[in-house]
Write a protein of this length. Structure first.
Length: 541
């Protein structure tokens, strides 16, 4: 298209907007205009600008004045953008061995031989339209419509890193092993350069990047050029190297205090305030699900509110410090012991060097938080020490024998308290307020009434990615496939079974199922503590 295109602007919760364009060309142009205006200071402060197939998400609109989001929506709706004039520039060349397990199936769909698939694919000029699914995963456009292929009927439970895959109009290269339903036509010999948190930018294939695939033979050396050296963020902050295990995170570092993991529990992770601001590269927020509980635990041991803590799930955990440390166990109620002797829950306790601090199974709620004076200090990844279970960033979930480095307490000690601390309890009934949109018009009127009147329950299949529900399904009024678009924290996505899923901190940054409404962040702490079977009601915000 060559004519200017006006945007359709949809609400996506109290602090976000979804801008919908007619096609990918106008979406790319609108995204570029947003970035230009932000660079010139002509756009209100926005935490994330996330392009997708035909939309751009503006998340974290920071203007605190009443009606700021709606004023911005009216302004954006008046913009008219024209497709960008493509500039020259050397494409990123990605070596590919075309021997994927779906190569013959794709050849049959294209009506050519397997060798011709490699020729057609490698002659195509690709461009990264947007990122999502996983850190460093770029959605590349460029294939003509006659070469578009459907997803696999049965997704694979594990696609290897470096797999080159096709689905619909897109080509992608998997930066890490993950499930996937795309057609695999080849593999990149050395996929490590696709994603490097120690580089600026961390993703090799960022939106707008031209890409060309280069066929190579198996067994021959073929890799991308050596990535550029580690960059610096604005302000001179050196991005630290990524890591997944404290013993690897600090090679050669001076000896420092640590926690030895005696009992890891069912799922215990390191969490802090998370890493917002990276959604445009496919990186989710992560961070403590019950953020108020984590902040309170930190305050009680004299830490900054965003210091890293341990988040346990249901069964608790046990750790042994190698030096005396002040600790707090809060969040979900549980029995707390030091070397087998009961100590206070929800209040500072002194743990001697070599003693075992044990947070038992949750008696009420679901997630407990263990804070230690000085905080936990595994190396940060993109500014956060949080584990992200979907992307695999940050320290891995705890295993027996792990050692977690402890920081030095910079305060004068635990925060004094005039009396018992009012820790929030687990909800007997979870009530979640809902802001309708951005895709509530994809559902019938009856479905919208059902959402706000029916009784649901928290499903045992819930996790850090999303709170799943059991209850009546929501009927859609539109049945076509929704192109992938940006997702916000608290989005109520409705998959094909019709049962709402509330996205939590480890949610994907883009998704292809419609979002009927958004739960504001302030209401999600209660969701973090809602045990399976808890009665759940959605109410209009």
């Amino acid at each position: 298209m060559s004519e200017a295109q006006q945007a359709r602007v949809l609400p996506a919760g109290p602090h976000a907007l979804l801008v919908e364009l007619a096609d990918g060309e106008h979406t790319e142009a609108f995204h570029a205009e947003l970035l230009r205006r932000r660079e010139r200071g002509e756009l209100p402060a926005v935490r994330d600008i996330v392009p997708a197939a035909r939309t751009v998400l503006l998340d974290g609109i920071a203007d605190p004045t009443p009606g700021a989001r709606d004023r911005l929506a009216r302004e954006l709706a008046l913009w008219r953008v024209e497709p960008l004039r493509r500039e020259g520039g050397e494409p990123v060349e990605v070596p590919v061995i075309y021997d994927g397990p779906d190569l013959d199936e794709v050849a049959a769909l294209w009506g050519v031989g397997a060798d011709e698939v490699a020729a057609l694919h490698s002659r195509t000029a690709f461009r990264v339209a947007f990122c999502g699914f996983a850190p460093g995963f770029g959605y590349l456009t460029g294939l003509p419509e006659r070469l578009h292929v459907p997803r696999r009927t049965t997704p694979r439970t594990r696609v290897p890193a470096g797999a080159v895959a096709l689905a619909g109009p897109y080509t992608g290269v998997y930066p890490r092993p993950s499930p996937g339903g795309w057609q695999l036509v080849g593999r990149m010999p050395d996929p490590g350069a696709l994603w490097d948190p120690g580089r600026e930018p961390a993703a090799l294939l960022v939106p707008g990047t031209p890409v060309r695939f280069v066929p190579v033979e198996a067994g021959k050396a073929a890799a991308l050029p050596t990535p550029p050296p580690r960059g610096r963020r604005p302000g001179g902050h050196v991005i630290p190297d990524a890591g997944r295990h404290p013993r690897v995170l600090c090679p050669g570092a001076p000896a420092r205090p640590y926690l030895h993991v005696v009992r890891p529990g069912a799922l215990t992770t390191v969490q802090d305030a998370g890493r917002p601001g990276w959604a445009h590269l496919g990186v989710g927020r992560a961070g403590a699900l019950d953020a108020p509980a984590a902040r309170l635990a930190n305050r009680l041991v004299g830490n900054p509110p965003d210091a890293a803590v341990l988040e346990t799930t249901l069964t608790g955990c046990a750790v042994r410090p190698d030096r005396p440390v002040v600790a707090v166990v809060g969040g979900a109620g549980c029995r707390v012991t030091v070397d087998g002797q009961p100590v206070a829950w929800g209040a500072p306790v002194r743990v001697p060097a070599g003693a075992v601090l044990d947070a038992g199974p949750a008696g009420t709620g679901l997630r407990s938080y263990l804070a230690f004076a000085g905080g936990l200090v595994p190396d940060p990844v993109l500014g956060s020490r949080s584990a992200d279970l979907l992307s695999g960033l940050g320290p891995a979930p705890l295993s027996e024998g792990d050692e977690l480095p402890l920081g030095e307490s910079a305060s004068g000690g635990p925060s004094p308290s005039a009396g018992p601390v009012p820790w929030p309890g687990a909800p007997a009934e979870l009530v979640l307020p809902v802001h309708p949109g951005p895709r509530d018009d994809w559902f019938t009127e009856a479905a919208l009434r059902t959402l706000l009147t029916a009784a649901y329950r928290v499903s045992p299949h819930s996790n850090r990615i999303g709170l799943r529900t059991e209850g009546p399904p929501l009927e859609r009024s539109r049945t076509e496939e929704l192109p992938s678009e940006g997702m916000v924290l608290g989005a109520i996505q409705v998959p094909p079974d019709g049962r709402p899923v509330v996205f939590l901190n480890d949610h994907p940054t883009t998704g292809g199922y419609p979002v009927v409404g958004v739960v504001p962040e302030r209401a999600l702490a209660a969701a973090a503590q809602a045990v399976p079977g808890t009665r759940l009601r959605f109410v209009r915000a």
